[in-house]
Design a protein around this ligand. Structure first.
Ligand SMILES: [Zn+2]
Ligand SMILES: [Zn+2]
Length: 275
């Protein structure tokens, strides 16, 4: 019977589950399972040096080889390159959070592999092989939940802020000029517009956190303030006057970046006086 891992797109596995299911090695970004005639590809979005790119439904996957030019005839690069004729089925996983493997889908070569320059683990420029991969059976890349994108950005940012300036500049200059893209789904809360407008009006043009006047007027001449829920709607907060404040753009950003307990307390006690 042909091997079928019976996974749906978006399924999350840990490394052990993945290895048991496919019968592959627990290490490496390209893992062959001889037993099942399968090749498991891992695109580590969190900590990989490799710059896999997603362009709509095509994934430009970086081959293997950490130092020096990559060889398309070596190991799993060869397996992937020949996957249209060698009968090996190819499965792609992404690491979007440490130690969690999310099944992206079964893929196949969607074009000729090509070379580009990327940095190796020793920081030297070298040529890598890029494999354009598409989904089999007309499947599409499943849109990523917006909160995953956010936590991924935060994880990458943490790593990137640790780079020294020289390394940072090197990578910035090397970056592909055409940005990758992928669909994202987010939950949009339908906030009550009467609550929002009343919160703005009762603030009378003064930010309820820093007590400064709104920094500018909008096109209709109203002081520009942004409406914010002290307990975030995403965390179960109410869309009510008791939970809504009007803030200047700086303070609004600050609440979203820091959400400091003392600021929340200050806003809530301010609200008690108003409502
Ligand atoms: Zn403010
Ligand atoms: Zn807000």
């Amino acid at each position: 019977m042909p091997f079928n891992p019976n996974l749906h797109q978006g399924a999350e596995l840990n490394n052990e589950e993945l290895c048991n299911l496919f019968g592959c090695s627990p290490q490496g970004g390209m893992r062959r399972s001889l037993k099942n005639g399968a090749l498991v590809l891992i695109s580590n979005r969190v900590e990989s040096l490799y710059q896999d790119r997603f362009v709509d439904d095509v994934i430009h996957y970086t081959g293997m080889g950490q130092v020096g030019d990559q060889d398309i005839n070596s190991a799993q690069n060869k397996t992937l390159n020949e996957s249209k004729i060698n009968g090996v089925s190819v499965y792609l996983f992404e690491v979007l959070e440490p130690r969690k493997y999310t099944f992206t889908g079964q893929v196949e070569l969607a074009g000729e592999p090509y070379q580009e320059v990327q940095e190796d683990v020793e920081g030297n420029d070298r040529k890598v092989w890029m494999f354009p991969l598409g989904f089999i059976g007309g499947q599409h890349l499943k849109p990523l939940p917006a909160e995953k994108v956010k936590s991924l950005e935060i994880a990458r940012e943490r790593q990137i802020t640790r780079l020294d300036r020289e390394e940072l500049l090197h990578r910035a200059k090397q970056a592909a000029k055409l940005p990758g893209s992928r669909a994202v789904v987010s939950k949009q809360y339908q906030r009550n517009e009467y609550v929002a407008e009343e919160a703005r009006r009762r603030a009378q043009g003064i930010c309820q956190l820093c007590s400064e006047a709104a920094p500018f007027a909008n096109k209709t001449g109203q002081p520009y303030l942004e409406v914010h829920h002290v307990q975030w709607l995403a965390k179960g907060g109410e869309d009510s006057l008791q939970n809504t404040v009007a803030l200047c753009p700086n303070c609004h950003r600050k609440m979203h970046i820091l959400d400091a307990a003392e600021d929340k307390q200050f806003l809530l006690s301010n609200l008690m006086l108003k409502v």
